[in-house]
Design a protein around this ligand. Structure first.
Ligand code: CIR
Length: 265
């Protein structure tokens, strides 16, 4: 793998302010629209948490035409070595990539563009020390995943295609890398065996969305609703920072998807 920096070491992040249209964001089950003011406040608290973890956060303006554009992790991947512009799998999200491209060029010398033909969402990509896992899902198809392996290769990373279980929106809806040898992973994803070489911390079944967490430097950002998962993480020696996610969870999101994070040498 290209970088020798730990996969959870970051000093730079890109986020996007949620537009008022975020209340129309995509969702699988309708648990009611998020409340815009609450969501905005929770997003603000997330930014504060990232900054407190040691990350310089750059904030992009809201994109009213794209309700899900706050989930900036999906249209791109970023590494110390460069960025990859993706092709989101949901038709309502395709234009997010074009809006992000100039911002990537502004920050990275190398920007590789996923070729037309397939689709891939950043939420389906988990960077681990020995491979970048790419989950096939309803948003990332095999053509997109294979093209992404080639794009990763151009940046010096080894991509490995895996299958996400049915019902899982994105690979990272169900997992987070905690350190070089440990993952937080739901029962259903752990059962596929893709993390068998890792030590696995599994949230209780009724706290499965807690797996959409993110390790940033010395802390794990985890949804504040899931107290037993927080306890399991703390007991295993991880320092957690609980973050309120009630509003974004209504549109199927968690903590990794609201930022693009990288380490700038
Ligand atoms: C969507 O369905 O695309 C958004 N409502 C949620 C995207 C969450 N992104 C992610 O988990 N990486």
């Amino acid at each position: 793998m290209a970088s020798t920096t730990p996969c959870y070491r970051f000093n730079s992040a890109l986020v996007r302010t949620p537009a008022a249209s975020v209340v129309n964001g995509l969702r699988n089950l309708d648990a009611g629209d998020p409340n815009y003011e609450h969501l905005l406040a929770q997003h603000g608290a997330y930014l504060t948490t990232l900054a407190a973890a040691g990350v310089a956060v750059s904030v992009l303006p809201a994109l009213a035409a794209f309700p899900d554009a706050v989930f900036v992790e999906d249209p791109a991947l970023v590494f110390s070595e460069g960025a990859i512009l993706l092709r989101p799998g949901a038709s309502s999200r395709r234009g997010e990539a074009a809006a992000l491209l100039p911002e990537l060029h502004r920050r990275f010398d190398t920007v590789v563009i996923l070729p037309p033909g397939g689709h891939a969402d950043g939420g389906d990509v988990l960077v681990t020390p020995d491979a970048v896992l790419i989950g096939i899902s309803a948003r990332t198809n095999p053509t997109g995943a294979r093209a992404l392996v080639d794009c990763l290769d151009q940046l010096g990373y080894h991509g490995k295609i895996v299958q996400t279980p049915t019902g899982c929106l994105h690979l990272k809806s169900d997992c987070a890398l905690l350190d070089e040898e440990t993952v937080l992973v739901t029962h259903r994803l752990a059962d596929t065996g893709i993390f068998k070489r890792f030590r696995r911390i599994v949230p209780p079944r009724d706290e499965a969305p807690a797996a959409n967490a993110v390790r940033v430097n010395d802390v794990v950002l985890v949804s504040s609703r899931y107290l037993r998962t927080i306890d399991r993480l703390e007991t295993a020696g991880f320092r957690t920072v609980p973050v309120d996610t009630t509003e974004i969870e209504k549109i199927d999101a968690g903590l990794s998807c609201m930022s693009l994070r990288w380490f700038r040498n």
